[in-house]
Each structure stands twice: as structure tokens, then as C-alpha cells.
Write a protein that binds this ligand. Sequence first.
Ligand SMILES: [Zn+2]
Length: 81
Amino acid sequence: MQPSDLPAPANRLSCPSCGNDSDFYEIAEDVVITTHYIQNQDGSFTPEADDSQILGEIKLICGQCQEDLSEFHQRFSEMLF
Ligand SMILES: [Zn+2]
């Protein structure tokens, strides 16, 4: 990413209902989590890899007033790093 691509502070996402701009929840529905385990010599298991597959919707929820902010989810995803 180039420095010019960094968002200006004015681009901060905030909740239209309560103005919250710090606390958000992402909720994924119908998630299938598959974990690959290797059994060790002593009979214990070590997780090797896990793979989660989201079959349902992903919602973005305001952490203050629980407003559904899913319309902002794509923007939220682009700002995850
Ligand atoms: Zn809110």
C-alpha cells in the first residue's frame, strides 16, 4: 500500500444512529470450521490447520447501540489490517 492510499481521519466509520466510532462487532452466521489434527506418539493431538467457511451472512453491528451497520461491512473489510 502506498502512503497516499492511507485514509484521512475523516474517513473513519461511525454509527449513523449513535455516533459510535470505536466499538464494532462482526457477526458471521452459519460458519463451518474444519480443523485438521495430527495425532502424536503419546496419543495427544496437535491442530495442523484450520479452515473456516462462512455459509451465511456477515453482519457488522454497532458496539454501542447494536444498530445493523452491514451496509458498511465492505468498507470495514477493506480497512482491516
Ligand atoms: Zn450505534
